[in-house]
Design a protein around this ligand. Structure first.
Ligand code: WT7
Length: 652
């Protein structure tokens, strides 16, 4: 378990302002009614919402099919199309409304109305079809955070192709692994992207990935985004703009079962191999849609800005699918928050009249550190709601967000969820409950959680922490791990019995029944809100010729939440001084090449051996406290090599 909950438990409560409550779509009374309905019949609750909120081609009859539990199926005999719900549905009423407002880091601006977005999606969908991609085929999208990434996702959804977005910060090796695992036939990428002033060579990484394998790819569509020169392989590579020329502006949506996979998204677990989380069309879209209304109080005149990259689940649910299904205006910024300075986010909020701002604690902390002068020099008066996601938000950052950005009057929604849950699971309903800095408050209506101890026994007493589990299926739950259903069952449905979804987080409930997420309990790190497996980094290190063995742990970091510390045993002698510095750099770069820059260890400590029990298990807890710089007070006498502790703690 992580730090003691008492450190987090603030007694401060912040009720929503009267003005917010009065205009909110859900107030306390309405929330109570929703809870009663969901508690009474959760399947009926979701079924009613699915009928009201989504446009179906054929209505479903069976809401929940649990005959193959834990492979639950929702609305499976109904058919629909996600892109139709996000685009076509709005043409009559909001055709000329802005769907996307875009700015790039160097300052290029572009907008798309719903009609324009619909047209671009249809053209790309037709183009993809002309390449032979059909319903159920996998398309890997390796694009920067641009409108075209959304267009590509929507185009896949339109024809029933399953997209798998690979974050543009991932390396060629990561891309190759994901393409191969998914058996994708089409890759959509760009010449490059500009971030922090330097260019990311996406096409080159794509070429490296394809050279190294990934034989299933037949074509590569290349978006011209930076005008950087790229190699185009004849017969395989096609320019996006050339391919779209002359494509019809209408594309009949493919009507698929609600259970048809909408997308795969790879995420880290406690093994070296990322898992392809498979999401459905109907259930996923339902939770994406309603959580925008419940949690963000989304209205027609909002400008909604979720800063997450489309390469993560947050970008899928709260940039691409949820807001568009609600006909909202979405802000997209392709760039870093500190360019040219720490005022960039606030300038964007001002320039585009952003009303709802949703970001990660790591960004909030970095912006907080840059000082109040930046936000104070911009007009943030259009903002009406703030959100946080990705990791526990420390009360200090929450208070800064509240006071400096929210001027003490805006509600903050601290939203807890995961790649696997598809949409927000726990969060304040902003017009209905008081918030507490650092708590995600309560599960949403229709979501049933429980805290259990090591043995799986429910913890009923408040103030006692434990493992978070989810007790009932929900529509946007992951359906399986692509190509590995046994791993899906083993990872999520075994530890505490077949009817408890294992979250992997520890949690504590306070005396008022508020939930406080404490962090991961498995070997998963959370670096700047990004999930990384310690084993994944270890296997990247292990693939370097000089490395014999390594152990990777997280250490608290002021801005990033967690920093990566690697303890490394080399095949040869333990290096010291300059040699150690040089090798550290080499290994960091190697991990960057294997996974991506986000996985580069912050610190590498070379050691003669790792602390192991006599049965050969690495004592990670010990390494964690050493990495933190704590004095070792644990009993190390059971170690196979107790003498190593000195060397680990005080590296030469
Ligand atoms: C893990 C999921 C879901 C969006 C981004 C991350 C942690 C996420 C919160 C929050 C405390 C949070 C959990 C979770 N997490 N949001 N509001 N408070 N912790 O998605 O990469 O699938 O990671 O992020 O540990 O299990 P992800």
């Amino acid at each position: 378990m992580s730090d003691s909950p008492s450190l987090l438990t603030a007694s401060r409560r912040f009720p929503p302002s009267r003005a917010f409550v009065e205009s909110a779509s859900i107030n306390a009374t309405r929330l109570a009614e929703m809870r009663v309905a969901a508690d009474d019949d959760y399947v009926g609750f979701w079924a009613k919402l699915a009928r009201e909120q989504l446009a179906w081609k054929t209505e479903f009859i069976t809401a929940l099919d649990d005959s193959n539990a834990p492979n639950f199926r929702w609305f499976a005999d109904g058919t629909l199309n996600a892109s139709f719900n996000c685009l076509d549905l709005h043409l009559a009423t909001r055709g000329d409304k802005l769907a996307i407002v875009f700015e790039s880091e160097p300052g290029a601006r572009r907008t798309y109305t719903y009609r324009q977005l619909h047209r671009e999606v249809c053209k790309l969908a037709n183009a993809i079809k002309s390449l032979g991609v059909g319903c159920g085929d996998r398309v890997v999208i390796y694009l920067p955070h641009t409108p075209e990434a959304i267009i590509a996702m929507q185009a896949c959804a339109r024809i029933g192709a399953i997209h798998s977005v690979v974050f543009a910060g991932f390396s060629a090796t990561s891309l190759k692994d994901r393409i191969e695992d998914a058996g994708a036939t089409l890759l959509i990428t760009a010449d490059g992207s500009v971030r922090n002033g330097s260019s990311i060579e996406l096409k080159r990484a794509a070429d490296d990935a394809l050279q190294a394998g990934s034989g299933s790819i037949k074509n590569v569509i290349v978006l011209r985004n930076t005008e950087r020169p790229v190699d185009m392989k004849a017969g395989r590579d096609l320019w996006w703009h050339e391919l779209l020329e002359g494509q019809p502006e209408h594309c009949e949506p493919e009507w698929v079962s609600a259970e048809h996979p909408l997308f795969l998204l790879y995420t880290s677990g406690s093994t070296g191999k990322p898992k392809g989380i498979q999401h459905s069309t109907g259930g996923y879209l339902l939770n994406a849609t309603v959580t925008c209304q419940w949690v963000f109080d989304l209205r027609d005149d909002d400008v909604f800005w979720c800063t997450a990259d489309v390469g993560w689940i947050t970008g899928h649910t709260y940039v691409c699918y949820g807001p568009l299904a609600n006909g909202a205006t979405v802000m997209i910024y392709e760039g870093a928050p500190m360019v040219p300075d720490a005022g960039r986010f606030w300038k964007i909020c001002q320039d585009y009249g952003v009303t709802i701002f949703y970001t990660a604690p790591t960004a909030i902390r970095a912006l907080m550190r840059a000082g109040d002068a930046f936000p104070k020099s911009y007009d943030l008066s259009k903002l009406r709601l703030l959100g946080s996601v990705g990791e526990p938000i420390n009360p200090e950052a929450w208070m800064w967000y509240h006071e400096v950005i929210g001027k003490g009057r805006l509600p903050i929604v601290d939203t807890w969820w995961q790649t696997e849950t598809g949409a927000i699971m726990m969060s304040p309903i902003p017009g209905a409950i008081d918030t507490k800095p650092g708590s995600c408050t309560h599960p949403l209506p229709g979501i049933f959680v429980e805290i259990v101890d090591e043995a799986g026994t429910p913890v009923t007493e408040n103030s006692t922490g434990g493992y978070l589990v989810i007790r009932k299926p929900w529509p946007s739950m992951a359906r399986t791990i692509w190509g590995d259903n046994p791993r899906y069952i083993k990872t999520y449905w075994e530890q505490f019995g077949p009817d408890r979804y294992v979250v992997g987080d520890s949690v504590h409930r306070d005396e008022d029944g508020y939930y406080w997420i404490l962090g991961r309990v498995d070997d998963v790190l959370n670096v700047s809100g990004h999930r990384l497996g310690t084993m994944e980094v270890e296997s990247a290190l292990g693939s370097h010729a000089a490395v014999a063995e390594s152990a990777v742990v997280g250490r608290p970091h002021e801005i990033k939440g967690e920093a990566i510390v690697a303890f490394v045993v080399l095949r040869g002698d333990r290096p010291t001084g300059e040699q150690a510095t040089a090798l550290s750099k080499q290994l960091r770069d190697h991990v960057g090449m294997q996974i991506g820059a986000i996985a580069k260890p912050d610190e590498i400590r070379f050691t003669d051996s790792l602390p192991k029990t006599r049965s050969g298990k690495i004592m990670r807890r010990l390494l964690r406290s050493i990495a933190k710089g704590e004095t070792v007070t644990q009993d190390v006498s059971t170690l196979e090599n107790p003498n190593i502790v000195e060397q680990l703690a005080y590296p030469a």
